[in-house]
Design a protein around this ligand. Structure first.
Ligand SMILES: NC(=O)c1ccc[n+]([C@@H]2O[C@H](COP(=O)([O-])OP(=O)(O)OC[C@H]3O[C@@H](n4cnc5c(N)ncnc54)[C@H](OP(=O)(O)O)[C@@H]3O)[C@@H](O)[C@H]2O)c1
Length: 236
């Protein structure tokens, strides 16, 4: 299959963050604006613009003149028309409604990244919904709406929002990556490699994404029960 990834200029990409007003979105924006053009997405374009302005101030303070990228605001669905890549940085519960909107307008060349984790907090701890309720993994749910499946890459499930936003910090962790199209996986691996101290570890095709997603409730339980702040994983 022909892949648009091979045509991308990896040195300056248009990266759209659907739900970019949230914590993970801020982290992605601050990490990648050093050399890429970031579009903060929201259901409300005013909220998107306000967040973009605020992130831009933090980025300029930290990077100064070494920053060649930009951060601006945009409506969620519009991102998938204009960007080389969009990250679905939204809660699991909003996956279907958000993907329906995107699927109607997405550009043929746009890669879609899902860090989404289907989990819930219960008395016993955080649980993974596909195991508890038999629902689909987030990556499988996204693939019901976003076609072709090869454009979807799953990653970032075990990255702490707090550490991601702290751009002076080297993360010193790994992130698992799943996807069916090797060119698209390579593009995401390259972006992951631009985040200080973050290493991509390929797990397999998108159908394996549940193995990465389930690690998030596991880490949160370990964190809460053992008082470990913002935990992460590294394969040694
Ligand atoms: N937080 C973490 O440390 C972490 C770590 C690993 C993975 N993840 C996963 O990454 C994703 C994003 O995490 P997050 O903590 O940044 O999420 P979040 O703050 O809960 O939400 C992100 C944004 O999603 C939008 N949103 C909320 N409800 C929505 C709805 N019903 N429909 C459409 N959009 C909605 C909101 O933007 P607008 O109101 O502006 O539209 C919100 O700012 C989640 O799936 C999470 O499981 C999070």
């Amino acid at each position: 299959m022909f892949s648009y990834s091979s045509l991308l200029d990896l040195n300056r990409m248009k990266i759209g963050i659907v739900g970019g007003t949230g914590g993970m979105g801020e982290g992605f924006a601050l990490r990648w604006c050093l050399k890429h053009d970031i579009f903060i997405g929201s259901r409300d374009v005013t909220r998107a613009n306000e967040a973009a302005k605020q992130y831009m101030v933090s980025a300029r303070e930290n990077y100064g003149n070494s920053m060649t990228g930009n951060i601006s605001g945009e409506e969620n669905v519009r991102l998938s028309e204009i960007c080389d890549l969009v990250i679905l940085s939204i809660p699991y519960e909003s996956t279907e409604s958000t993907c329906v909107g995107i699927s109607e307008r997405i550009s043929p060349k746009c890669i879609v990244v899902t860090p989404i984790v289907p989990m819930r907090r219960e008395d016993k701890g955080f649980t993974y919904l596909p195991l508890e309720e038999g629902v689909k993994s987030a990556a499988e749910l996204v693939s019901d709406y976003i076609r072709p499946r090869g454009r979807i890459v799953s990653a970032f499930h075990t990255i702490s929002e707090v550490k991601l936003k702290d751009i002076k910090q080297s993360l010193a962790v790994d992130t698992f990556v799943c996807g069916d199209d090797q060119d698209n996986v390579s593009t995401i691996n390259s972006l992951i490699g631009e985040i200080k101290g973050l290493r991509p570890i390929y797990l397999g095709p998108l159908s394996m994404s549940y193995q990465a997603e389930i690690l998030t409730p596991m880490l949160l339980n370990a964190s809460k029960r053992n008082k470990i702040k913002h935990p992460g994983l590294m394969v040694t």
